[in-house]
Write a protein that binds this ligand. Structure first.
Ligand code: 6GU
Length: 250
């Protein structure tokens, strides 16, 4: 997969050199390039923002540097069979980013990300881009970040780990939270009995039993219970969660 990211803070994307994503890049599974939007501003001060028409707080990202940056991305990455990228614009006004959307993005050959800052990007950039490539505005959740960069880190990580060969143990992809509509079951490792400050905590005995069917049934029950407590929206028939007490880790 090819990924291009355009940002006024390219350094924000440095973590994409690390861990599984870094290895995927070095292994040639992920071809990722980060571009500085200011390289596509044409005045002496490399201006990318201006005051909003109609008034209001903050600044708006100007259209011309975005058009130039996206044209550069399209030209630089163009190869036979992958004519245009799917453009993802992170923003709190987008469609919710879910595991299902991560799978859809993982099926694309080429993704480009446009990181907005300030109060947003001039709306005409979305129209201009949509005439040239598919565009999806994507939100991580119902809260506000200062810009798209942190969202890109999250989205690229969620997508890249679905690419063949990026996660060593493919089986580990199948049993996680949000695969199959339930949250993950709790996991334990040695010691089986852990004494800490006078409190003894034991691993649930069923996990030590060697009975695979019972272990499977226990894990499924844990997934259902946990999903009902933390994410009742994922379990329509679940018992109602009444307050914060029900969300405590216990
Ligand atoms: Cl994707 N971007 C920004 N700037 N804020 C957000 C977000 C994205 N998702 C939630 N808040």
């Amino acid at each position: 997969m090819r990924v291009d990211v355009v940002s006024i803070f390219p350094e924000y994307l440095a973590p994409l050199d690390l861990s599984l994503i870094g290895r995927a890049r070095r292994d040639g599974l992920l071809d990722l390039a980060v571009h500085d939007l200011r390289d596509f501003a044409h005045d002496r001060h490399r201006t990318v923002d201006d005051t909003p028409f109609g008034g209001g707080a903050g600044m708006v990202m100007k259209p011309e540097p975005w058009a130039a940056a996206l044209a550069h991305v399209v030209a630089a990455g163009s190869r036979p069979g992958a004519p245009v990228p799917h453009l993802v614009v992170p923003g709190p006004g987008g469609v919710p980013f879910t595991q299902a959307l991560a799978h859809e993005l993982a099926d694309q050959e080429w993704l480009a990300f446009a990181c907005g800052r300030y109060e947003g990007i001039d709306e005409r950039v979305y129209e201009h881009a949509a005439e040239r490539m598919p565009v999806t505005v994507v939100s991580l959740g119902d809260y506000v970040l200062n810009g798209g960069e942190v969202a890109v880190l999250a989205i690229v990580e969620a997508v890249a780990r679905l690419l063949p060969g990026v996660v060593g143990n493919a089986a580990s992809l199948l049993e996680e939270s949000h695969e199959g509509g339930l949250l993950e079951y709790p996991v334990y490792t040695r010691p089986a009995v852990w004494d800490d400050d006078g409190t003894t905590r034991e691993v649930p005995p069923v996990l030590l039993s060697g009975h695979h069917a019972e272990i499977g049934a226990w894990r499924h029950a844990q997934r259902v219970e946990r999903t009902a407590a933390r994410r009742p929206d994922l379990v329509p028939a679940a018992a109602t969660v009444t307050g914060l007490d029900d969300l405590e880790v216990r």
